[in-house]
Ligand binder design. Sequence first.
Ligand code: NDP
Length: 518
Amino acid sequence: MSSDQPPKRPERAVKRAAPSALPAPVAPATPHVASALAASSPWAYAPAPESKELALIRPRYGLFIDGQERAPASGEVVITYNPATEEPLAEVAKGGAEDADRAISAAERAYRKVWSKLAPRERAKYLYRISRILQERSREFAVTETLDSGKPIRESRDVDVPLAAAHFWYYAGWADKLQYAVPGRRPESHGVVGQVIPWNFPLLMLAWKIAPALAAGNTVVLKPASTTPLTALLFADVCRQADLPPGVVNIITGPGEMGMAIATDPRVAKVAFTGSTSVGIKIAQGIAGHGKALTLELGGKAANIVFEDAALDQAVEGVINGIFFNQGEVCCAGSRLLVQESIAEDFIARLKDRMSTLRVGDPMDKNTDVGAINSRAQMETIGELVASGVAEGANLWQPECVLPDRGWFYKPTLFTNVAQSHRIAREEIFGPVLSTITFRTVDEAIEKANNTAYGLSAGIWTEKGSRILQVAAQLKAGVVWANTFNRFDPTSPFGGYKESGYGREGGLQGLHAYLRSS
Ligand code: NDP
């Protein structure tokens, strides 16, 4: 991005609080003998840090409107921090309603004059180009994502960035085949779409939203989360590199109110939001009665159900991946372990052994399994919910591991003796905390799995195919994984029931969300 109009010198509005001491994590209730592979053993891994120099982070970023970098009307900035070190990374423009208005005007103009007039196969070329550039610049994106979000470099490198590129590639293929997406009807774009995304998968959520929107012929105004704006701003640079016509994609940083200003603007015909259920409800209320299309991808409290006939070590891996991937800051995380009573003791012992080998620490280290929590506020939410679990009578266990002196880190945490009424069994913790509940029969497992206000995802572990089909059909969850967990693919739709939201992203269904069909 060019810096022809850099933001004025700040009155600083600091989104993340300045570093200070956090409440100590609750001590383990039961001691555990560390596994032979634990970090403190002779088998400990040597550090393998990725180079920070691969991320060319500038000291300051403006708003990306109409193909150019612009100063925010307020002249203010917010600072984005590295959650692993608590050090500032960059100053980012603090946009507001006036900037949202400018961005929507640019998107509306680009839609009317350019994007809606372009032959679909030409739109496809831009999407393919964006996908290729993301692949070419993948290391830069992975490092930037890890520095800004705290997620392990292994995950940004192997999951977030390749999947983001794959989404653009997949939807590029749809751009000139829209009539086959809605057979017998005439597909039309909405016009300008407004998109608000969260901090747990900053680039991937951007790709989930922008790729189908552009393929369907819409133009976009997108707001990233305030704690993780950098890969979205880097993506603005990709748009320029791909020669995307100005105004087709606009990326504006700013607080939640600016997200609401985008959603409620009458020129925005479709809104897509991923984040907390409480904000999703506010957006739905804010736009009600205006005929806007809306998709909401909100929270979850997924059950990962392990039956006694499952391949136990494989199931342990799946449970570990289900809750500790991205520090558990995942809407579809398998945060409730439902384990059959007959194997519970054996399974929990194996799980503790495996948890003792998790490497928690520097997200830039290629060996790290569990990185930093995204913000101090999120650390406090996790701490508060864990304390409630102890107070309500559940048994807490954490492996012996040394956390870094600085940064926002939380020990992998396992709760047993959890009742369904406990907050840790009902509320989304969004952290590396697993709550275990036992069951005896298949019906009891299904009933307990569905006993939640959410309905985003679930996992089933069994060797019987018939049981997978029987249970999956009765689970009220948008995605059900069998003998695996947290698998994502651009061709596969993703979304929820109940308080997990409505509408689907990904696949053909995700394309439908960006089309009106007559
Ligand atoms: P939010 O829902 O507040 O944030 C998600 C996005 O919405 C961010 O871009 C945020 O902007 C924006 N936003 C905030 N308020 C408004 C508003 N009134 N109108 C429009 N947009 C708004 O999530 P939090 O960051 O507060 O996280 C809280 C909890 O939400 C977590 O603990 C977790 O349980 C859940 N969550 C779920 C996610 C999911 O993927 N389902 C993702 C993130 C959080 P800004 O960053 O500027 O505040």
